[in-house]
Design a protein around this ligand. Structure first.
Ligand SMILES: *Cc1c(COP(=O)(O)O)cnc(C)c1O
Length: 471
């Protein structure tokens, strides 16, 4: 039924006419927000860097995700979209998503605590880490949170817990279909030697997994997360297809529908090269429906765990240009955003390039002409560059450089190099009278907090230890 509603272009590709408009509107909201942030003093000489989150955009992505899967499953199919908290571990973001009907995928005690602080219901929370301690497992089962065991040893821990007390937790096992990696090694989770899940193609592994289910009637879910940025959707779909085939095999051998829910992970890549959301959730859901039709015929409940694709496009880190200089004929804008807010980009610029937008001292988009320049961060190593040799309107002292698409795995993941403070993060939305309203999501860190986190309370800890000749 969804296929009939889909427009096709001349090559038969699905066309989504709204995607261009969506991208234009997002860019316009961002420009308004940067100007308003400067006007309202969230950015300025005393606030040299800030993260901005587009509340309208986050809501729209959450709605698009739900609509995409609603369009391919029969009505009434249980579908839980659990946001991968590690992508944007901020309590107000989790609350916003929760209100939009999105749950949480957590992978540490800290992430679980964030989800609970945000009020995400335990029935909409999934625990997935590769190194869960007995205490974490026990807490999850006490709370009734869904758990995916990573490996045989963890499954044995679950055996003991399930025997010791009844639990509401839906329990599953993570498998690695070993379908191969993508263009970024660090985010390829389904390589032959990946640390995640039970490696399905290893000698005897598939049979071991089937037996593990037959021996444990309470094991009702099957989980795979076969990639992240750099993995093409077709390869993700292959991982989902392999997982589905395994569930079918297990249920056939069990002679009943023992596995009732498939957790297909997240990993939809984000288009960091341009404004457009591509691929979209609708495109991915249609691809899955085409490649793995049985997944959507209503026999299985579904869990998804998207992270980056929900938030990346809705975050912008904006930094003041403290100085503009030149060296060896290269123009360099020295800004306050670098390795502390865009760690992956700075250390692996080839894999994680970011678009940069130039704004003037009042926060208005800077017109051209473009000049090849480096956009540098504040940290004391020469590789601390947000962009190298990038053609942009010339950034001058007092201007602002904005790193786009940084709403996931960037400014929410502060890296404390040079004891640089965590910047403030502000959500923005229309104020109802033509302007922009901001709400603090996370206050800027103070220097006093940096001292406290750096052993400030233990200043004499080392000098008061016993030293030779002191007694
Ligand atoms: C990181 C992670 C995700 C989310 O990945 P994205 O690429 O951010 O969508 C989902 N599931 C698991 C198990 C993860 O580790």
């Amino acid at each position: 039924m969804y296929a009939r509603r889909t427009r096709r272009d001349t090559r038969g590709e699905a066309v989504e006419p709204d995607l261009d408009r969506e991208a234009r509107e997002r860019a316009a909201r961002r420009d308004e927000a940067v100007r308003a942030a400067v006007e309202q003093g969230l950015l300025g000489p005393d606030a040299a860097v800030a993260g901005l989150l587009d509340v309208t955009g986050i809501r729209a992505s959450a709605a698009a995700l739900r609509a995409a899967f609603d369009a391919v499953v029969p009505p009434g199919t249980p579908v839980l979209h659990a946001f991968a908290v590690k992508a944007t571990p901020l309590v107000p973001v989790l609350r916003l998503l929760s209100e939009a009907g999105i749950g949480a995928e957590v992978a540490s005690p800290g992430e679980l605590a964030l989800a609970r602080a945000a009020g995400v219901p335990t029935a909409r929370t999934v625990l997935d880490s590769p190194a869960k301690t007995p205490a974490e497992l026990r807490e999850a089962l006490t709370l009734g949170i869904a758990v995916n065991a990573d490996n045989p040893q963890e499954l044995h821990r679950l055996d003991a817990l399930v025997r010791s007390a009844p639990t509401r937790s839906p329990l599953g096992l993570r498998v690695n279909p070993q379908i191969g990696g993508g263009s970024i090694g660090a985010t390829s989770t389904a390589t032959e030697t990946s640390k995640f899940g039970v490696a399905l193609r290893d000698e005897g592994a598939r049979e071991w997994v089937v037996r593990a289910y037959l021996d444990r009637p309470w094991l009702t879910r099957l989980h795979a997360h076969t990639g992240s940025q750099g993995i093409p959707p077709a390869l993700l779909a292959r991982g989902v297809a392999e997982t589905y085939a395994l569930a079918q095999e297990i249920n056939e051998r069990a002679g009943r529908r023992q596995i009732d829910t498939l957790d297909i992970g997240g990993g939809l890549p984000v288009n960091f090269a341009a404004e457009a959301t591509a691929p979209s959730y609708a495109q991915y859901a249609r691809l899955l429906a085409e490649r793995v039709p049985g997944l959507f015929d209503g026999r299985y409940g579904l869990v998804t765990e998207f992270g980056r694709s929900l938030l990346a496009k809705h975050g912008t880190v904006v930094a003041r240009v403290e100085y503009a200089k030149s060296a060896g004929g290269r123009r360099i804008a020295v800004t306050h955003a670098g390795v502390q807010v865009a760690t992956r980009t700075v250390y692996a610029p080839g894999a994680w390039p970011l678009r940069i937008a130039a704004y003037d001292a009042k926060g208005r988009p800077k017109p051209g002409p473009e000049v090849v320049q480096d956009v540098a961060g504040p940290a004391c190593f020469s590789g601390d560059l947000l962009a190298e040799g990038r053609a942009l309107p010339l950034l001058e002292q007092g201007d602002y450089a904005a790193a786009l698409d940084t709403g996931a795995y960037c400014f929410a993941h502060h890296y404390a190099y040079n004891s640089l403070v965590r910047p403030g993060i502000y959500g923005f939305a229309p104020d109802g009278s033509g302007g922009v309203a901001f709400a603090a999501v996370r206050e800027p860190q103070t220097v006093a907090e940096v001292v406290a986190e750096s052993g400030g309370a233990h200043a004499d800890a080392l000098t008061t230890l016993w030293a030779p000749g002191s007694r």
